[in-house]
Design a protein around this ligand. Structure first.
Ligand SMILES: NC(=O)c1ccc[n+]([C@@H]2O[C@H](COP(=O)([O-])OP(=O)(O)OC[C@H]3O[C@@H](n4cnc5c(N)ncnc54)[C@H](O)[C@@H]3O)[C@@H](O)[C@H]2O)c1
Length: 313
């Protein structure tokens, strides 16, 4: 059955892919965005679509629309952007969650929160299961994001306990793909842009720290599956690709796919940078029947193709 679906942060990297998927499934999509990190170009191809609507709105202010489901994605996701105005970042996560939960409560509809692996901080267990409470610095430069997302999770679970709201919390691990921001300091976009420009690839530390990378199509598939689970399923559920790569391996893969002859340069590690991060996705497998399907080489190829186009435009 088709629904009318609100996506906050719908003009962002993930939100634009989610909009596409939900439209393709026959739904109506209302995309709400203040265009802080999102852009019209991300959703340009959807603007004429009869079932797609855009509202310029900041989620820290209340919103009243009639919808059947809410995906709450509004929040800058990369350190350069969320540290630009840290107070606004916490407000977006916390006040934004309160506003969207209030709307979901009034309409008695399910709401999904785009949470993050950053709630695990610099994890002391590896890989991270949903039971792990995390190791987060509450007062560091990343805290506006990490603690904002943790507080949002608290709010979601309290709305569940207090108001029996249908909540779905997804903990997203590093996701990449077309429409990532070219200059947001995230490792995949950084490496690809540097390689395509023939500039040195910068690795923080010795490059032995690992990350897992999930292709955006896999992620949005997991989000939609979680949204459509029964009332009892709340999450939190990790969604990410457990394939683990060191930064050096990623740099080498990017060099290979781009055919670039860029050199590799090492820089000091930033504060609070986690050494390892890898999702345990047993719960996503059992509760969502979800599994990542796009291998790093294939996902990098389409991301490189996208950046080639953007950089030549
Ligand atoms: N990309 C990842 O690897 C990743 C990992 C974990 C979690 N997430 C979460 O997924 C969501 C989407 O991330 P993304 O990578 O697409 O980032 P993004 O920055 O591309 O998208 C975020 C969107 O939210 C909008 N936004 C920010 N503040 C807002 C506000 N106050 N009101 C309305 N709109 C606002 C931005 O303009 C942007 O369009 C975020 O909540 C992020 O925390 C992303």
């Amino acid at each position: 059955m088709s629904s009318r679906i609100l996506i906050t942060g719908g003009a962002g990297f993930i939100g634009s892919h989610l909009s596409e998927k939900l439209l393709a499934e026959g739904n109506e999509v209302i995309c709400v965005d203040n265009f802080f990190t999102g852009s019209k170009s991300n959703i340009e191809h959807l603007l004429g679509h009869p079932r797609f609507e855009v509202l310029r709105h900041d989620v820290t202010f209340p919103l009243y629309v009639e919808v059947d489901q809410i995906y709450n994605l509004a929040c800058p996701a990369s350190p350069v952007h969320y540290q630009h105005d840290p107070v606004q970042t916490t407000k977006t996560s916390v006040v934004g969650a309160i506003n969207m939960l209030g709307l979901a409560k009034r309409l008695r509809i399910p709401i999904l929160q785009a949470s993050t692996s950053e709630v695990y901080g610099d994890p002391a267990v590896h890989p991270q299961t949903e039971e792990y409470w995390g190791n987060v610095n509450p007062i560091g430069p990343r805290s506006c994001y990490d603690e904002g997302k943790r507080a949002a999770e608290t709010l979601f679970f309290d709305y569940r306990r207090q108001h029996d709201l249908s909540i779905k919390v997804i903990r997203i691990f590093n996701t990449y793909g077309p429409r990532m921001h070219p200059n947001d300091g995230r490792v995949v976009s950084n490496f690809i842009v540097q390689a395509l420009r023939g500039e040195p690839i910068t690795i923080y530390g010795d490059g032995s720290q690992t990350r897992s990378f999930c292709y955006v199509d896999d992620l949005v598939d997991g989000m939609v599956r979680l949204m459509n689970t029964p009332h009892e399923v709340t999450g939190p559920i990790n969604v990410g690709n457990p394939g683990e790569f060191t930064m050096l391996e990623l740099a080498q893969a990017v060099l290979e796919i781009t055919g670039s002859s860029s050199s590799i340069e090492h820089r000091p590690l930033p504060q609070d940078d986690p050494k390892q991060r890898q999702p345990d996705i047993s719960r996503a497998r059992s509760e969502l029947g979800w599994e990542p399907t796009v291998a790093l080489a294939a996902g990098l190829q389409s991301t490189v193709d996208y950046f080639r186009r953007v950089l030549t435009e």
